[in-house]
Design a protein around this ligand. Structure first.
Ligand SMILES: CC(C)(COP(=O)(O)OP(=O)(O)OC[C@H]1O[C@@H](n2cnc3c(N)ncnc32)[C@H](O)[C@@H]1OP(=O)(O)O)[C@@H](O)C(=O)NCCC(=O)NCCS
Length: 201
């Protein structure tokens, strides 16, 4: 995984560097995310789906009033990576019911992780993940789970490098298609109902 020049070696948490910083997002950040969310999605999946469909779906998912509710929702947590005035990536967590294949205790969903293409491989994704893991531990979650499209090899490689393991598969309907997604889980020793002696999964 690519790290920013200011970080070195495993276990180092690049929560800030000269190039970018990570901060929690909350009420007031609607405008930033209403732009960043659709732009990063278009960049990531624009080749796979009609532009008009993506625009329509993103307009719903990142509508400012919807974001206002999400950002104020205590069952969610959002983090932004910023380089100066530019937002370069974000991560969100959400409490909720996972698919049945997630059997680990205390599950928390990593619901979104998007980094602008120009910033991929340069550390913000690593730092966002560290921030998300820190927040999950703060909430005493026993595991973090997510869904990733099977045709997203970069994301799958990234998650595997961060200790996520395949728990199952689900179908996500999007753009009139049925898209096979992998369900990935990472246990968080010391979280709810997890014996710290079990060590990392
Ligand atoms: C997923 C994402 C957050 C990862 O951040 P990143 O900065 O790209 O991650 P990194 O570069 O640290 O790690 C990516 C890994 O995939 C590898 N990789 C890159 N392209 C790849 C490809 N086409 N196939 C397989 N692996 C690939 C990289 O070598 C790296 O592996 P390494 O750590 O062993 O070197 C970022 O790519 C992103 O925002 N993608 C678009 C949005 C997205 O897909 N989000 C996830 C939705 S589930």
């Amino acid at each position: 995984m690519g790290l920013s020049p200011s970080t070195s070696g495993p276990g180092v948490s690049p929560v800030s560097s000269k190039a970018w910083t990570i901060r929690p997002a909350g009420p007031g950040d609607e405008r930033i995310l209403a732009k960043l969310g659709p732009e990063t999605f278009q960049e990531a999946f624009g080749d796979a789906f009609p532009r008009s469909f993506i625009q329509e779906r993103m307009a719903l998912a990142y509508a400012p009033d919807r974001l206002a509710l999400d950002l104020a929702d205590l069952r969610q947590a959002w983090f932004l990576a910023e380089s100066g005035a530019e937002a370069v990536g974000f991560l969100s967590l959400a409490e909720g019911t996972p698919p049945g294949c997630v059997v680990e205790p205390g599950p928390l969903e990593l619901s979104r992780l998007y980094v602008r293409g120009a910033w991929q491989g340069r550390g913000p994704a690593f730092a966002l993940m560290e921030a998300g893991l820190g927040e999950a531990r703060r909430r005493r979650a026993g595991s973090l789970w997510l869904q990733a499209w099977e045709r997203n090899p970069r994301a799958l490689a990234f998650y595997r490098a961060h200790g996520f393991r395949e728990a199952g598969r689900v179908i996500v309907r999007f753009g009139g298609e049925e898209l096979p997604h992998l369900v990935l889980v990472r246990r968080l020793p010391g979280g709810a109902g997890v014996d710290a002696a079990e060590g990392p999964a």
